[in-house]
Design a binder for this molecule. Structure first.
Ligand SMILES: Nc1ncnc2c1ncn2[C@@H]1O[C@H](COP(=O)(O)OP(=O)(O)O)[C@@H](O)[C@H]1O
Ligand SMILES: [Mg+2]
Length: 340
């Protein structure tokens, strides 16, 4: 274990009592002005009555489609936005009353390339953020070295960040989020837009953090990522949590169903709609692969519906039909798109 990740006794005492994060009936409504000549105000309820708790040392996932309210929730928990109503505590501190205490003790990692100074090297970047967080000079340089070694960036630490690959920049982002030795780290879609290899690397870094005792709240819209990483997952839809459980607990929602996966070509929107409207079909998702279309049809009927599938797709080319065990992705689709 790296020295920078060792908690002090005060933290351990804290851990034995409370929760790392508590959100209670959090709501956020934005007021937006529309129109040029006649300006009208409308309200957007981004987060509606969100409550959950995260244990110390837990990796908790907040998943949901675009616009579901994930970023808004993270912003309220990290004191970047004031809740319209409800309350939240991070490390026992109130997000409205104890803003400075929270900011000093948490780390924030956002996806993309925002927030790094590319004209200077990694050490200068981290020194800047360390000073911003008030990390004592005595520990600053030692921690920077440990973090850069942990992230595999020490050999390139003197080079300008603009010469780094995307993956190296992402690792520097993670180092930046850890510079104040935070006990709780918030990551908003940390693997979005990354190449598969780099995303994988980022996921193993995240796992490593939790092994080292950190608490992580992560948002993602990749279900396999939530399944691989998270101890528990909250699914958020239209600003509300619609399910909260372990990945295997969530899969139980779809235990009574199976997934008929069709690979083919020439499948039309009309045919997909026909599936959506069929009574024994719960959800349908359509993806476009490189040289084929993939339909995933969730049904309680299993292989019984294969002839119906063939009938609907009689004008398309079918390469393959198979029955699969439902995954977390299927549970998610059912919860987000279905009536559940
Ligand atoms: N500053 C803002 N002003 C107005 N509406 C906003 C603002 N930020 C977010 N929203 C709206 O709130 C909803 C939730 O957004 P967001 O929390 O960013 O979702 P997610 O991160 O899950 O994609 C969306 O409908 C979005 O358009
Ligand atoms: Mg977002």
């Amino acid at each position: 274990m790296c020295a920078f990740m060792l908690g002090d006794t005060q933290k351990l005492e804290h851990q034995s009592t409370g929760k790392a994060i508590v959100a209670e009936h959090l709501c956020k409504t934005f007021e937006v002005t529309k129109g040029v000549l006649r300006r009208t105000k409308t309200k957007v309820a981004a987060v509606k009555d969100v409550s959950f708790e995260v244990e110390y040392g837990e990796l908790f996932g907040l998943v949901g489609p675009n616009g579901a309210g994930k970023t808004t929730t993270i912003k309220m928990l990290t004191t970047m936005l004031i809740p319209t109503s409800g309350s939240a505590k991070v490390l026992g501190f109130d997000v409205e009353k104890d803003v400075n205490s929270i900011r000093k003790k948490i780390g924030i990692v956002l996806g993309g390339e925002r927030g790094l100074y590319t004209r200077v090297n990694a050490i200068d970047n981290l020194r800047y953020f360390a000073d911003l967080y008030g990390v004592p000079i005595k520990v600053r340089d030692k921690r920077i070295k440990e973090l850069l070694q942990f992230m595999g960036l020490w050999e390139r630490a003197q080079d300008r960040v603009e010469t780094y690959s995307k993956g190296m920049k992402q690792r520097l982002h993670l180092a930046r989020g850890l510079i104040n030795d935070p006990q709780v780290i918030f990551m908003d879609e940390p693997t979005i837009g990354l190449d598969p290899e780099i995303a994988k690397e980022t996921r193993s870094m995240i796992k490593e953090l939790v092994i080292n005792g950190k608490t992580v709240l992560l948002t993602t819209h990749y279900m396999f990522e939530a399944d691989e990483l998270c101890k528990r997952v909250a699914i958020i839809r239209n600003g509300k949590i619609v399910a909260l459980d372990t990945p295997s607990g969530l899969k139980k929602y779809v235990m009574d169903t199976s997934v008929v996966q069709v690979e083919g070509f020439g499948i039309t929107e009309k045919e997909v709609t026909e599936f959506r409207e069929a009574q024994e079909i719960l959800t349908v998702s359509a993806e476009l692969g490189e040289d084929k279309q993939i339909l995933k049809i969730q049904t309680p009927k299993g292989s019984e519906i294969i002839s119906q599938v063939q009938e609907i797709l009689k004008n398309s080319r079918i390469y393959d039909i198979k029955i699969k065990e439902p995954t977390l992705e299927d549970a998610y689709l059912r919860l987000v798109e279905g009536e559940a």
